[in-house]
Design a protein around this ligand. Sequence first.
Ligand SMILES: [Zn+2]
Length: 43
Amino acid sequence: MYRCAKCKKEVKTLDPKFTRCPHCGWRVLYKARQPIAKEIGTQ
Ligand SMILES: [Zn+2]
């Protein structure tokens, strides 16, 4: 599973030939498993 770097929505289905967010068209996606960005103040 991936997450869009722009709209923060989850991208479940991703075509490797067409790496683009289906929601906003952004081309930068993160792998959801990687703890790159932590949300602060969500306790
Ligand atoms: Zn997006």
